[in-house]
Design a protein around this ligand. Sequence first.
Ligand SMILES: Nc1nc2c(ncn2[C@@H]2O[C@H](COP(=O)(O)OP(=O)(O)O)[C@@H](O)[C@H]2O)c(=O)[nH]1
Ligand SMILES: [Mg+2]
Length: 319
Amino acid sequence: VKTSSLQAALVEGVLRGEPRAIARAISVVEDGSMDAAPLLGALYARTGRGLIVGVTGPPGAGKSTLVDRMAARLRKQGRTVGIVAVDPTSPFTGGAILGDRVRMQAHALDPGVFIRSMATRGHLGGLAATTGRVLTVLDAAGKEVILVETVGVGQDEVEVVGIADVSVVVLVPGLGDEIQALKAGIMEIADVFVVNKADREGVDRVVAEIESMLSLVPAEGRRPAIVTTVACEDRGVAELIDAIEAFRDEAHRSGLLVRRRRAQAGALLQRELESRLASFVRARVLTAEETEGIIDRLVGRETDPLTAVEDVVGRLGLA
Ligand SMILES: Nc1nc2c(ncn2[C@@H]2O[C@H](COP(=O)(O)OP(=O)(O)O)[C@@H](O)[C@H]2O)c(=O)[nH]1
Ligand SMILES: [Mg+2]
């Protein structure tokens, strides 16, 4: 794909880590316009250096506070940081993003930190695809650690886990049954557990519950660490960063990191391929009326989904 001179300047700005260029590039890749492909094409080769850390857990667990404290510590160590906060609330109605913005303002004047909030709704091609593109920009911009905050309640954040090198699951005392509900999805994806709000009653119980659940799940190599924190008082944050790095180092040694990134690249290819083929079919093969007609016939039980898809594929002349 050809890159215009305007885009070449944008690419240069991103590679130099200029905040304005990064912001502009993220807008381009997020809105999915024609300019996105050449831009991502130019940036992709420069990625793979940053450590991508997913931070997930229920709303109110203290994820944003933790991310903010981790960013502050990483900056003190001289490392550059990217923050992507994926929030399920709309930026127009939700208070959460605004709250995060205010909290994150401590970093606002620091060019070594780039913060981006994303709403989960209204993204073409799915949240994970869009988040992946934003991560490409931040990684190419040289951010050494990229923290991705997602709310662990639905499908989206599990998808997002598919783009992180290390997944941190944040729990708090007093979750009760919620911890059971979380077990199925989130328990298996955690590389590091955080029990935040350790200033509250019941920390030991949560830790014990996590330990007993972990004893049931067959671990691939290393057992996830469990770190207790009081994010709002900056306690346990250094230990959390240590645990993340210990996991990263071990995953690097064992080959898990390479396998994980390879699996993620495969999933990304698959997703982009499906999305591209689907939009090709919509644009060139199947009109909206024809689609409605097929749906009518499905509803009337005159055809079935697999036969309908085979017909469409047949029209592509590929089958
Ligand atoms: N008591 C206590 N409150 C905390 C702690 N960490 C964060 N909070 C508070 O919990 C609330 C939710 O935090 P936030 O970071 O927005 O949670 P998120 O929804 O997971 O991002 C805020 O009022 C924080 O100040 C902690 O360790 N202890
Ligand atoms: Mg938050």
